[in-house]
Design a protein around this ligand. Sequence first.
Ligand code: ATP
Length: 222
Amino acid sequence: MKKRLYAVIGLGRFGGSICKELSREGMEVLALDQDEEKVNEFKEIASHAVIADSTDELALKDLGFRNIDHVIVAIGDNVHASILTTLILKELGIDKITVKAQNDYHEKVLNKIGADEVVHPERDMGKRIAHSIISSNILDYLELSDEHSVVEVKAGDKMDGKTLVDLDIRARYGCNIVAIKRGKDINVSPMADDVIHGEDILIVIGSDKDIHRFEKDLVIED
Ligand code: ATP
């Protein structure tokens, strides 16, 4: 099978860490930034590291961007450059374009011009941290849509020793426990009579409203 080719445009903290991780996983990565110092940092890390302005269509063509399968646009501050770069990449027919958005307006524009994936790492991390601040039993939080999420919570004292039937979470709160992690084991199809231990980690899916009620009653310590 042909090896997938990646390019990371913008080698700030976000783009830089994507570039490092892809390279560490043995992927072929072209690292690009207009700042020579940044590019020098990645010479030994990425397969290729080049200085260029990504809003220069000819430069991207000359660098052979047409052959890249997946481009990650990690230009944060300069929204104009990020949008223009995305448009050029679309025109070059890149198979998959992931773009880091700076704000909601930027995200909307990126979706409109056909970015395949828009990520908002600061906002998402802020939400995750806020949930863990509310309760140390809320371990992780993943937004599925504007209204639905998956949360990972420690069962804690309130659920310790109870079965899923006892807790009746689906009927009482409208959300579902889709998996129970106990140490290294993970039970992905929990049964109604499975007993929950306080140290178990529960993966719960549902609407934000329902998850919020579930957390308030059963997860957050009194
Ligand atoms: P992060 O929050 O990920 O650390 P940052 O705030 O440090 O990002 P940004 O200004 O958002 O940095 O830009 C990330 C990188 O993108 C910078 O290294 C910058 O030089 C590069 N960059 C910005 N515009 C262009 C462009 N038109 N072409 C190539 N690289 C660019």
